[in-house]
Structure formats: C-alpha cells, structure tokens
Design a protein around this ligand. Sequence first.
Ligand SMILES: [Zn+2]
Length: 506
Amino acid sequence: MQIETWTSGVLVYKTQASPGTTFHRRAMSETRGTVWLSVVLLLVLVDHKRWQVTARAPLTDNVAEALIDTSGDFPTYQVRDIEPEDADVSFFKGLTEIKQLTNVSLDDEKPQSRVLYTGWQTWRVYLSKDSQMDIISQMKDQGAVDTWGGNKSAIDIAVRPAAIEEVSAMLARNNIKHEVMLDDVQRAINEENPTSDDDTNDRKGHRLTWQAYHKTAVIYGYLEHLTTTYPNLCSVKTIGMSVQNRPIKLLKISNGKPGNKAVWVDGGIHAREWITPATVTYIINHIVSNFENEPKYIQDTDWYITPVANPDGYEFTHSTDRLWRKNRARSGGQCAGTDLNRNFGYKWGGKGSSKNPCTQIYAGTGPFSEPETAAIQRFIQGTKVPWKAYVSFHSYGQYILYPWGYENAVPTDHRDLEAVGRRAAAAITAAGGPRYTVGPAGSTLYPAAGGSDDWAKGVAGFKYSYTIELRDTGRFGFVLPASYIQPTAEEALAALRVIVEAAQKA
Ligand SMILES: [Zn+2]
C-alpha cells in the first residue's frame, strides 16, 4: 500500500488488491488493524475521519462515490450512485484506485495520549562549516534529533533519549562542539506553566492572566470581554475557520477616526511558540486599558490583531504534544500538519520549505492551501485600508527580522526597514530588555520561503513588515517559563511602538 502522488489536494492510494477481490462490511471490521489490501483500512490508519471518496473499479469501469466514516470504533461506509444491496460487491470489486477528494468532516480528531519528552535533551551545537549542518540533517532524517532554533553559527537540537550517546559520538567524531541546554525537556514542560488557572478565577469578567499560558477559549473569552467593556473601541470578527473548524478571531481596536493608518499584528502562527499569544494579548490589554493616555500614533492607528492564528495547533500543544509546530491539516496522508509560515503565497515552495508532509517545514499543497493562512490573506486583501505595518510574533532567538526571507536578498527600501528595526531593538534595551539582533531574515537566519512577512511586503503592500522572534536565546527555547511573559511582552510592546510610529509617517 503506498501513496502514489499528491497534487492539489488529491491523493491517489494504490492498493495491492487483486481484481475481483470483494470487500464486505464484516470483513472490514474484522480485518481492522492489518494492512493487507483494504483501502478503507488505510484510511482508518491515517485519518480517523470521514472521507468522501470516488473509486473506479477497472474491471467494470464503474465510478462510484462513497462516504467512509472512520471516526467510530469500526469503519462504516455509504456508497452513493449504486444500489445499497450491491454496494459491497460493486463498489469494491477489482478496486485498485481510490481518490480522496474532500475531507467532509471537520470534527475534532480523536483524542490521543499525551506525548511525553522524558529524557529528551536540548543541545546547542556550534557549527564552523557548512558540511557540519549536513550531519545534523542526517541525524534529523533518521529521527534521532529535531531542530529547534538557531542560525548559521549555532543550532539548537532536541535529542531523543535513546540517541543521546550516538549523537554525542557523531558530533565528537566530526569535531562539532555542543552544550546541553535542557537536560530533561519534559521536566521543563512540567515546570513552565505552574499557575495555569483556566477553569477558575472569573472575577474580572474573563480568565486571562499574564502569569500563565492559557488555552484559546480563555483568550477568546478575553477578546469578547473587551467588546462589552470598550464597545466604542473594540470589536471582534471571525475571519475564517481552521481545519478542525475553530474560529480564527481578529480584534480591531480603533477610535474610528477617518484617515487612520492600519497595522496588523499576529501571534501563534507556530503552535508551540506559546510566548506569542501571551505577548500579543498583553499588548492588547496595555493599549486598550491605557488608551486615553497613549500618544497620538497609538490612538490614531487602526489595529487588526489576531493572537491565535493557528488555533488547532495551539490546542494540540495544550492537549497532546507541547512541541507541535504546524496546523493540523491532513493533506499529506500519514503525516499531519502544514507549516503555516511556509504556506504564504510569495515565492512559495522555495528554499527552506519542503514538499514532504512529514517534515516540520511542509509548505502545504499550494500557496494558501490552508484555511488559516487563506483567512489572513482574504481579510488583508479584502479590507481596503491603508495597511502600513505587518508584525508577526514568533519565538525564539531574539531577532527583529525583515524581508526577504526566501533568499539572501533585500527589498529596495531595506534601509528604512533596517533603520526602524534598529530603533526598535534600541527601544528594547533602553527599556532594560536584552539584545535583539536586527537583519533580513534570509541572511540573518537561513532562507525560508513562504513566510507571512515576505507575502506582506511582496504582495500585500505593507511598507514595514517584520517577524519578531521573542525570548529567549535558547536556554529554555519554546518552553519559556510563564514568569517571562511580562518582561518579554513589555519589550515587544516597546519595539512595536517604534514600528507603529514609523508606520504613521509611511
Ligand atoms: Zn515561529
């Protein structure tokens, strides 16, 4: 059984069923769990969902459509366009090909047991020549390590417990130095969010705090709370639905003055970067509750803010896998998830992105193939306002990055972007914060095509487009303790002020 091809969302599954093989309902349930022959079983194994499929039986050339539901304990199916009595025989006789056309169910996936990272370590690996990166890539392909953050001179890797000795020996053999950052990733995960109180503490009319990381429902509850508390300033709009049918919510903050410049801010494009929705909501809270005392460039801006751009992925990091990065799309068969920050439609599919659904940087089946990125595109391009600044928060590494990301190249007005970026970094240190490195994304980190900032600059017409990689520089990485939310968000706000002030003059 193999996946033959994937193009534009259509998967072709080839089975080894010989012509004339008949599938019965009973047989299907009894053979569940084995891999021989059954197309339906393949769908069970990979998807746990309902699928609308068409199938062609080459002996009779019958084409039929079926709805296969693999969300229950046993797969069931309904065949359309054929008499139900004949369904078993006609539909599956001689079947050698089945096409997945549409995932018809947007139900949540089956609960999976929590992924534990007990004994995993994160290491900083120092690279002195390009060929050393190939060694890391090799170990990654073998599943021994995962890459976290880093740049051309040092990269952080997460090492599987069983591979620690082997990876260490491999690095030593190639004269690659490393140091241990987290000696047990699971312990860091257990300790990062000690005071989460999502189910309690509703005294303020919402349950959001900035002493803990919270789930999407709490963040959305806070946004709704703002619309009732500040009805003349705040409104909430759902700009689209995620793969699993969760709303992608946008908060607009506006004093309603005509002629306001428009600024876009998002967080949570990458699910495991928990500091970003926390930072974005902190910024929202600050602007809204101090609005009267804010300078003109803050007041006379129309703010469009999406704190959780990838709600499925974000929920999955809370329920199941703390280190999940992508969305929860199933376009790639056996591996879930598209990297939303490789899915935007500018130079899509280029360097630093992958066509392999099983990688962390899978770009999707095409530009904006994912509902989460498509929602952002649709809203920005469909809203005729003077867009000036696009700011996307990510973590980690402490970088203020501007286009281009797809290549070691810069746009013609790169001096403006660099100057404002530097002023933003200076504002951070002036406020007592740490050093943030400023530069074009492609050459400062590594080329990565399909990023949101490139699209914002290259297609959507934002003059100032930035990706800000928040704290830290790798000690905790993605598992930044909740006690860091407040200082990180404070410095992010200081940087954002500089960008928005520049946007006012753009
Ligand atoms: Zn990111």
